[in-house]
Design a protein around this ligand. Structure first.
Ligand code: HPA
Length: 265
């Protein structure tokens, strides 16, 4: 059976618990080896990959994003649900809330961020996160009565350090709602690979300077673990709501829009 759905588990999401008949696979890509698990859920094959490696040890700026997305593309995956722990810049987005990210601001610095090494390819980024997957996630969250915001702008920093309060103030002025270290280039590469991609962000803390206390990675992991069961319920409900046969504009993202010929009169 084809593996058309994948979950990329971020910080605190290390276990594909709900999948049955799990098997491990190692895939070779032009960018390196990738290990992932494949299991089934309600009769559908789902791939599960941990973003930070099998032993959760790869920091955000060193994740091999190209290998991860290339491996999913090789498997034939058409839809990716990614999880992300984020800090909040928006007082309406409180810890433990879910946010279906719809835009990003890229503040990464030194990451390989494209598959394009030849030719002129300027990919449209009007809707970087798949609107259809976001809609499915929103429906799942509503059905489960989980606190979930339908949209939010994710500021991606290089990390691995947390931000200064001055940076957070700037990001807020620029329109950011959330801050994290991994959505870029993952979302960009998925789009280049013509795979639908959506991020379920979970707020673990208010960002530096907004929070009255200092930030720690341990706090982020604790909140992710504490609310992990809800995140898994949300993902699994979304997978069950996803129509088995789907075509989406994301699957043709590299096709240039066709110019409408001018009327000859
Ligand atoms: N900043 C960056 N990344 C994060 C944060 C944060 O405050 N919280 C969780 N991931």
């Amino acid at each position: 059976m084809a593996v058309t759905i994948a979950v990329i588990g971020g910080t605190g999401v290390y276990d594909p618990e709900i999948l049955s008949d799990l098997r491990e696979e190692q895939l070779s890509t032009p960018y390196g080896q990738v290990q992932l698990k494949i299991g089934s859920y309600q009769g559908r094959e789902v791939a599960f990959m941990t973003r930070h490696g099998a032993d959760h040890s790869v920091p955000p700026h060193l994740v091999n994003y190209r290998a991860n997305i290339a491996a999913l593309r090789q498997l034939g995956v058409k839809s990716i649900f990614a999880t992300a722990a984020v800090g909040s810049l928006n007082m309406d987005f409180a810890p433990r809330h879910f946010v279906l990210v719809d835009q990003f601001l890229d503040f990464t610095k030194g990451r390989p961020s494209t598959f394009v090494e030849q030719g002129v390819v300027h990919l449209d980024m009007t809707e970087p996160y798949c609107p259809e997957l976001r809609q499915v996630l929103l429906r799942a969250a509503r059905e489960l009565e989980l606190p979930c915001h339908p949209a939010g702008t994710y500021v991606c920093t290089e990390g691995p350090r947390f931000e200064t309060p001055a940076e957070i103030k700037m990001f807020k002025m620029l329109g950011g709602d959330l801050v994290g270290m991994t959505s870029v280039p993952e979302v960009v590469l998925a789009r280049e690979a013509e795979i639908c991609y959506a991020t379920v962000a979970m707020v673990t803390n208010y960002a530096a300077g907004i929070s009255s206390s200092k930030l720690s990675h341990q706090e982020v992991v604790e909140i992710m673990t504490d609310n992990g069961a809800n995140l898994r319920r949300l993902l699994m409900r979304a997978i069950s709501l996803l129509p088995p046969e789907r075509d989406c504009a994301c699957h043709h993202a590299l096709a240039e829009p066709v110019a409408v010929p001018e009327k000859n009169n």
